[in-house]
Design a protein around this ligand. Structure first.
Ligand code: MLT
Length: 261
């Protein structure tokens, strides 16, 4: 569905019933359709998945934004849908947004799930890589950048049909939306100091064992730094475990929601 919140148009799927809802935030340069296996496999709960600015059915914003702005967009969506508190699960860039929510809007969180993500800011090499990607997009459009990223996204066993379907949607993202998101990620703050303060917030950290985009070590470090956090490492999955190993990921999410929230 398409909703209007605080003057923004937002593509969003809102399915099922039950509190607290599970809000699913996609990564870069993806959209809410990356959660289709959760929409079909996780019963008995309300699931809400928005498209972040510039992705899927959500138009690109007029100018640059920050990861904190994306967190404010999620709060606006929760308000619009009359959701007081939710478990927020973010994948990669979506995890950066989930951590911004934990920092600035903790009262809206009933739980936190960080998938294929990390808390630290970009180091100099990653920032330089973002700048180079922005230059390439300005010169040649988004395709080379998206294709370069997709070469590293998957575990070897992930079927070509799955890879192609996700890549086709990512290749349709506008150059403006790609650049805005790259800038927001490049300039995001270091949220490692936040982690020890998240004790009391039920937290699941999940990573694919074969993720070459974001080292599974970053997930281990987050799980160690957040008091009481649980770590799940999904064998045979790369950067998108919820697509590559949906049954394992859904089992982990179900168990976390049942036992901890
Ligand atoms: C993502 O999957 O959202 C990105 O790989 C995150 C990033 O580039 O830092």
């Amino acid at each position: 569905m398409i909703v209007r919140c605080r003057a923004r148009t937002v593509g969003c799927t809102d399915q099922g019933e039950g509190v607290p809802p599970l809000v699913l935030l996609h990564g870069f340069p993806l959209d809410r359709t990356i959660w289709h296996e959760q929409f079909s496999g996780l019963g008995g709960r309300r699931l809400v998945a928005p498209d972040l600015r510039g992705f899927g059915d959500s138009p690109a914003s007029a100018g640059h934004y920050t990861i904190d702005d994306l967190a404010n967009d999620v709060v606006a969506l929760l308000d619009h849908l009359a959701i007081d508190t939710a478990v927020v699960a973010g994948l990669s860039m979506g995890g950066y947004v989930a951590l911004a929510l934990a920092e600035h809007h903790r009262e809206r969180l009933a739980g936190l799930v960080l998938i294929s993500s990390r808390a630290g800011a970009d180091d100099a090499a990653v920032r330089a890589g973002r700048d180079e990607a922005i230059r390439v997009i300005a010169a040649s459009g988004g395709r080379p950048v998206v294709q370069g990223m997709f070469d590293r996204l998957w575990a070897p066993a992930t079927p070509a049909t799955v890879r192609r379907a996700v890549a086709a949607r990512a290749e349709a993202v506008s150059a403006t939306a790609l650049v805005h998101a790259l800038v927001a990620m490049r300039d995001r703050p270091d949220r490692e100091p936040l982690l020890p303060r998240l004790g009391g917030l039920p937290t699941l950290v999940l990573t694919g064992a074969a993720d070459t985009m974001i080292d599974p070590g970053a997930s281990r470090a987050m799980a160690e730094a957040i008091p009481g956090a649980e770590l799940v490492v999904v064998e045979g999955a790369g950067h998108l475990p919820q697509i590559e190993r949906p049954a394992e990921v859904n089992r982990a999410l179900e168990a976390f929601l049942r036992q901890r929230v």
